[in-house]
Design a protein around this ligand. Structure first.
Ligand code: HEM
Length: 552
């Protein structure tokens, strides 16, 4: 045997060893897959043999109590359960540990959205960041631009002047018109005006100066329709996607959806053009869309129209959740007057007679506790927005198959008495030792320390939480500084959320029996002064027209 034979033998042995190692790895992967298959699916509440849990879910939908039904099942079945709604199976994730593991640690496999032909493809023309697939380069790009031009710390701070102006205007409207403060429906509209106007200012650089401005209804209705059309059972085409192949004249979903998309795009383009004209006259605000347009590469958007559509989507994502946050906060202040009194004392002690500013938040830790407690007890998106698994995953002895539709059940996690003792009590002091902002808390290593899950989790987490925090902090401080928040004379006491259920589960409706009464003559004067100053310092804006042109 010569030396070359020896080296050949050695090479063959190394080759065999590598093959053996690869084979072992492959076998292990196979075995793990097989093992995973052996794991059971999460439990399912007993249901109809054909319709599954649909009858019970429909009944809860009719009474606006889905959040309570899914909470009841979370208590019965634990960290994960599944619900069969006709042909669809939905998985609900009900504990902080499960959320951390499934949405955060396994985020590469849980950041997908379901494919909604009607809402995502037709109504939104494949442009809506909320509905796009996680693997879609457009989603990645839109998230990146959202951060750069609207939701980073710097951009969220750039929105504060809009917020200061709009809330001062709201305070002045209510303080100088006592009958407005006595009408729940007008207060709902006035709070809607200032939240919508804050965010149309931050997105399109356009404000909404009056409560009847049609843009408020337009934005609200557009966002609601997009969500309603994603609900299981709302469209046959989402149950049988092959219907998408039907020719246009035989496809009513395509006809209806695309006509809506055309209408919404025309609405966006109209505002885009106004900004361009405004820019020529140098009267443009420091807002999302003007910022994109002023960049020589338009932040990488293929078209300016796409950027304008994203501006609308951001306004939709921001405005209603923020209005609801303030509205639910008023509900809690009426339900828990002692908390209202404590909060007011804390605010007064720092600001006295001058109007609170966002910067005061750092000196009034109780406000931070109020924010966390409100988003815990009344998460605006209480059952999460569905994600989909892109491969089979496992958690704590259960298997979630590829393609499973998963919901972060924020209501159940945040009303779990093991996590939050006495969960139905609005008790800001439970966060007394937690001074973290949303970003820090979200990234807490120990998920048990995380304050709440109102903004979701994982790669699809709401990108707007810094903006939302600023908006809510200013609203809380100014509302309490300016007004007594009291139940209306005809309110049925004690207040019961089920007497005024809102459009989305767990949210109060505009029937909430609320009144706002200005605290003193001195406060009224201060409000007038603050509003006049805010109006004077304000950046010129592209004015939203009062007369609304509906372009279909
Ligand atoms: C109180 C205020 C808000 C709440 C409670 C809230 C809540 C949420 C939730 C639960 C999601 C889904 C997260 C998930 O799928 O895991 C979401 C998504 C989103 N939110 Fe917010 N949001 C708020 C304010 C805002 C603001 C101010 C903006 C914009 C400035 C915004 C923009 C978005 C966008 C673009 C998405 C889609 C993210 C994606 O699918 O990748 N939101 N939000």
């Amino acid at each position: 045997m010569n030396i070359s034979h020896l080296s050949l033998g050695f090479e063959a042995a190394v080759g065999l060893a590598i093959l053996y190692a690869l084979f072992t790895v492959f076998q292990n992967v196979q075995r793990r897959r097989e093992d995973a298959k052996k794991l059971p699916l999460p439990p399912q509440p007993p249901g109809h043999f054909l319709l599954g849990n649909l009858p019970e879910v429909l009944k809860a939908t009719g009474t606006h109590t889905q959040h309570l039904l899914f909470h009841k099942w979370a208590k019965q079945y634990g960290e994960i359960f599944r619900v069969k709604v006709g042909p669809l199976t939905e998985y609900f994730i009900n504990s902080d540990m499960a959320v951390k593991d499934i949405f955060d640690r396994q985020s590469s496999a849980t950041a997908e959205r379901p494919h909604w032909v009607m809402s995502s493809d037709y109504i939104c023309g494949g442009y809506n960041v909320l509905l796009l697939h996680g693997s879609d380069p457009r989603w990645k790009h839109q998230r990146k631009v959202t951060h750069a031009a609207m939701t980073s710390v710097q951009r969220a701070d750039a929105g504060i002047p809009f917020l200061h102006y709009e809330t001062a205007k709201f305070l002045s409207e209510v303080a100088n018109n006592p009958s407005l403060g006595q009408s729940r429906h007008d207060l709902w509209r006035a709070i809607g005006r200032y939240t919508y106007s804050t965010f149309t200012s931050q997105t399109f650089g356009m404000d909404l100066p009056d409560m009847d401005n049609p843009a408020i209804h337009y934005i609200h209705e557009t966002g609601l329709e997009q969500i309603l059309q994603t609900l299981p059972g709302s469209n046959l085409i989402d149950v049988i996607p092959a219907l998408d192949r039907l020719p246009y004249f035989l496809n009513p979903w395509k006809q209806k959806g695309q006509s809506r998309f055309k209408r919404d795009m025309a609405w966006c383009i109209e505002r885009l053009n106004r900004i361009k004209k405004g820019r020529a006259r140098n009267v443009m605000a420091d807002a999302f869309l003007p910022k994109v347009l002023s960049d020589s590469k338009n932040f990488g958007f293929a078209t300016q129209e796409e950027a304008a559509y994203l501006a609308l989507m951001l306004a939709i994502g921001a405005a209603d959740t923020s209005r609801m946050t303030t509205w639910s906060f008023c509900e809690m202040m009426m339900t828990w007057p002692d908390v209202q009194a404590t909060a007011r004392r804390e605010i007064d002690a720092v600001v006295g007679d001058r109007i609170p500013m966002y910067e005061d938040l750092a000196s009034i830790p109780y406000v931070r506790c109020l924010m966390k407690e409100l988003w815990r007890i009344r998460p605006p998106v209480s059952l999460g927005h569905p994600h989909v698994t892109t491969r089979e995953i496992t958690y704590n002895g259960y298997r979630l198959p590829k393609g499973a539709r998963i919901h972060l059940n924020a209501w159940a996690v945040q009303h779990d008495e093991r996590r939050h003792p006495d969960p139905e009590r609005f008790w800001p002091e439970r966060y007394a030792n937690d001074t973290t902002d949303s970003m820090t808390s979200m990234n807490a290593k120990d998920v048990r320390q995380r304050d709440h899950f109102a903004f979701g989790s994982g790669r699809r987490v709401c990108p707007g939480y810094l903006v939302a925090e600023r908006s809510f902090a200013v609203s809380i401080m100014r509302l309490l500084w300016a007004f007594e928040i009291k139940p209306a004379a005809d309110a049925k006491l004690p207040l019961n959320a089920l007497d005024y259920p809102g459009e989305m589960p767990g949210n109060p409706s505009e029937d909430l029996p609320i009144t706002l009464v200005v605290r003193s003559e001195e406060r009224r004067k201060q409000i007038g002064k603050a509003f006049a100053e805010a109006a004077e310092q304000r950046t010129p804006l592209v004015r939203e027209k009062r007369v609304f042109l509906l372009i279909v």
